[in-house]
Design a protein around this ligand. Structure first.
Ligand SMILES: *Cc1c(COP(=O)(O)O)cnc(C)c1O
Length: 384
């Protein structure tokens, strides 16, 4: 912990989410040990990447997988792979792989995304443009898909979650239509964990061609890792674009330490009984709830739910602050404490009341932090 003090950066207690801006999640001892071990030797990186990707496919129950730098790297690489795969009638694969970011070399260089308010709530579609390709918004109804697909369509990109899919077709509705039209489907499911079964749900059950997850969010791998799972040929194209080649993916190079850490975290994520993780979170939320209920004199209401902010399977504590108080002000206060606490606030697209906060215990280290969270929130509520 000395590092953060030495460099003059304050530690934050994370009672909100696996937000990248806070550092995502914390790696387990097993994961850290795997990274330390990997750091102690040289290996053939080509061989390591092949083995790690094969193992990731096996663990997640997919045909193939590719490990890269964050879900963002995954979005860019899988999009690029779709451009290459779709454009092979005009040029050879070898030539196409070298062309990025010149999209004019590709017969298929457009990405379709549903239009609507969700484009603002999930800005990650902008990453698609880094391939050189163009993003085309589609009328957010099933018929809109048929009208929008052209000879230039490289892939349709979907973002699951009850928030992003509000008012637009869901993955379950859109993917069958896209399959029928033989349009490649990319699903950015970065934060759609748990349950771990989602690691194969969109690809195996729904038939998406490439599905992307963040390694540094719920999986608790290194922050700089991400996973693509899906069809073998697309994963193999991602691999060909990646390091050690001097191509688009060279900018998303994973080191041996990250590869080892990601795999250890993925194994742990899949093998740890979900009830254990869920119950641990519940127990910490119980502590927080009891403390607040015992120490707050003002009128508040607390609710618990078994669903995370984006519809994932994890417990949340929802607290309505007293009249006149807002979630934004609450977080400003708790973040200003000597031991700063980040509490959950809903952004406007959730259309939640201004005085509603959420608390998520996934990133809390233990009971001591739970009490610090409870005290911070209580103090804010009691302020006049
Ligand atoms: C977090 C997130 C990303 C980016 O993930 P990184 O691992 O930080 O690159 C992309 N898409 C969605 C939907 C996300 O939630």
């Amino acid at each position: 912990m000395e590092f953060y003090e030495k460099i003059g950066v304050t530690r934050i207690i994370n009672a909100s989410e696996t937000y990248t801006k806070l550092g995502g999640s914390l790696m387990s001892e097993t994961t850290l040990e795997a990274m330390r071990e990997a750091a102690g030797a040289f290996v053939d990186m080509d061989c390591l990447l092949d083995q790690v990707c094969a193992r990731a496919a096996e663990i997640t129950g997919n045909e193939a997988a590719f490990v890269t730098t964050g879900a963002s790297g995954g979005v860019i690489l899988s999009a690029a792979a779709c451009m290459v795969e779709g454009s092979m009638s005009g040029a050879s694969e070898e030539v196409l792989l070298e062309c990025f970011p010149d999209a004019s070399a590709f017969e298929k260089n457009e990405f379709l995304v549903f239009d609507g308010e969700f484009l603002e709530s999930v800005p990650y579609w902008k990453l698609l443009k880094l391939t050189g390709g163009k993003v085309v918004p589609v009328k957010p109804v099933l018929d809109g898909i048929r009208e929008a697909v052209t000879g230039r369509t490289a892939a349709f990109v979907l973002f699951p979650s009850p928030l992003y899919e509000r008012g637009i077709p869901t993955c379950e509705e859109a993917i069958p239509v896209l399959k029928e039209l033989s349009v490649p489907v990319i699903v950015d499911a970065s934060a759609q964990l748990p349950p771990p079964s989602n690691l194969s749900y969109y690809s195996r059950k729904l038939g998406a061609d490439a599905v992307i997850f963040s390694g540094g969010k719920h999986i608790r791998g290194p922050q700089s890792t991400g996973l693509i799972v899906g069809r073998k040929n697309l994963m193999s194209l991602c691999r060909k674009l990646a390091s050690p080649h001097e191509r688009l993916g060279r900018g998303f190079k994973t080191g041996k330490e990250e590869l080892a850490g990601f795999l250890a975290a993925l194994e742990e994520f899949v093998l740890t009984p979900r009830e254990d993780v869920f119950n641990r979170q519940q127990a910490l939320l119980d502590i927080i709830q009891s403390y607040i209920e015992a120490n707050v004199s003002k009128e508040i209401s607390i609710k618990r739910q078994d669903m995370g902010r984006l519809g994932t399977y994890q417990p949340l504590l929802l607290l309505s602050l007293p009249e006149g108080k807002t979630a934004g002000e609450c977080n400003k206060y708790t973040r200003s404490l000597q031991k700063p606490v980040d509490i959950g606030t809903y952004t406007k697209e959730f259309r939640m009341p201004e005085n509603l906060i959420f608390l998520n215990a996934y990133n809390l280290k233990g009971e001591e932090e739970a009490y610090l969270v409870a005290r911070a929130v209580t103090e804010y509520i009691e302020l006049n």
